[in-house]
Design a protein around this ligand. Structure first.
Ligand SMILES: Cc1ncc(COP(=O)(O)O)c(C=O)c1O
Length: 366
């Protein structure tokens, strides 16, 4: 009955489904459930400090939260060496990205992306009747800044750069990115999505937060979903200059971060032990999976994240479907496979299953 009044975006946008295919092959005998290695979550749980604070906050849920999230912004400001006025706290990075799209994309505005990259940038652009301009990554799976610069036109309004990039896991040259951000014209905004930044294993690598200034149209987007293990609590934030944050705040009138998540996040920022634990165990898993997959003859992209992009030398969907039968859920709907790093036990189960799949595949195609 409402078909003729529903917006074209809602009718045409695919539902977000984490790449879960329409059907799964049945599990092999003895397997009753699948390990979730397809959503880049934190397999080590939620920050214990955050969990305790969230439990505590439940009892005060009759009270509205501080809708300005000031306490959390103050903590984040210290963490990132900015001011609280440089930060907007949102319901997950997803909301921050949506507000940015609402604010800058008008019908016909061009939005540059470097595929393969985070699919949500496409939806945000489509929703606001913008036009996606694709500048594919180079053969090293890193953005080609010269080509991106050449793709800028008078109608470009946003450039979405995911660094480290999802799904490839690769990081770009930070010096080149800084140069690029300062070179692009002022009629557009560069959005650097640093959802996975903490997993980068290079001590001197620069976050683009270091470049935030009054004269630069730059927004950095961050999340509590990955490093703090709070994906279920839906909390993220945007960091930019005061003018941009001021406008974003206006758009974010429907502000709806909940008290439980906010208080959890305030505690999570202080939970250095959990952050270190996550980083070191993620690295152990990343090294292990990389080594084992290379031993299997796969092409494995160097990852600066909590997931790995790899070419298993067979169709990605085939690998993902087969792995599922062994109880391991990964993404097979990108140009290559993407596996989220799990606990070592989960990683070992995944590798054992991959070994079987490779063996069977070789005998099938022989
Ligand atoms: C690159 C990237 N940006 C943003 C998000 C969304 O994060 P959030 O859970 O905070 O909405 C994700 C989620 O996986 C992501 O991969």
């Amino acid at each position: 009955m409402v078909n003729n009044i529903v917006s074209e975006f809602v009718k045409s946008a695919p539902p977000y489904n984490f790449g879960i295919g329409d059907t799964h092959k049945p599990f092999r005998p003895g397997i009753t459930s699948a390990i979730e290695m397809h959503k880049n979550e934190n397999p080590f749980g939620v920050s214990p400090k955050a969990a305790a604070a969230m439990l505590n906050a439940c009892g005060r849920s009759n009270r509205y939260p501080d809708i300005t999230a000031l306490k959390l912004r103050k903590k984040l400001a210290i963490l990132h060496n900015v001011t609280p006025e440089n930060i907007l706290v949102t319901q997950g990075a997803t909301s921050a990205l949506a507000f940015i799209g609402d604010m800058f994309i008008k019908p016909g505005s061009e939005v540059i992306v470097a595929p393969p990259t985070y699919p949500n940038y496409y939806n945000i652009t489509k929703k606001n009747n913008g036009k996606i301009v694709e500048v594919p990554v180079g053969s090293d799976y890193r953005p080609d800044f010269e080509k991106m610069y050449d793709a800028v036109t008078d109608t470009t309004r946003l450039i979405f750069l995911c660094n480290p990039n999802n799904p490839t896991g690769t990081i770009c040259d930070d010096k080149k990115l800084i140069e690029f951000i300062h070179k692009v014209p002022e009629h557009l905004v560069v959005v650097v999505d640093e959802a996975y930044f903490e997993f980068i294993d290079k001590p001197d690598y620069q976050s683009m937060i270091s470049q935030i200034s009054d004269n630069l149209n730059l927004i950095v987007v961050k999340t509590f979903s990955k490093i703090y293990g709070m994906a279920g609590s839906r909390l993220g934030y945007a960091i930019s200059n005061r003018e941009i944050i001021g406008y974003l705040n206006t758009d974010a009138v429907g502000f709806c971060c909940n008290r439980v998540a906010l208080e959890g996040a305030e505690a999570a920022v202080d939970d250095k032990d959990f952050v270190e634990y996550t980083i070191s165990h993620n690295k152990e898993g990343r090294d292990y999976l990389t080594r084992e997959m290379e031993n299997l003859g796969f092409n494995v992209w160097p990852s600066g994240t909590n997931f790995i992009f790899f070419d298993a030398k067979m169709p990605p969907k085939y690998m993902a479907d087969e792995l599922y039968t062994y109880g391991v859920n990964i993404r097979g709907d990108f140009p290559m496979c993407r596996i989220s790093i799990g606990t070592m036990e989960q990683n070992r189960i995944a590798v054992a299953a991959m070994k079987e799949i490779v063996k069977n595949y070789k005998s099938e195609v022989r």
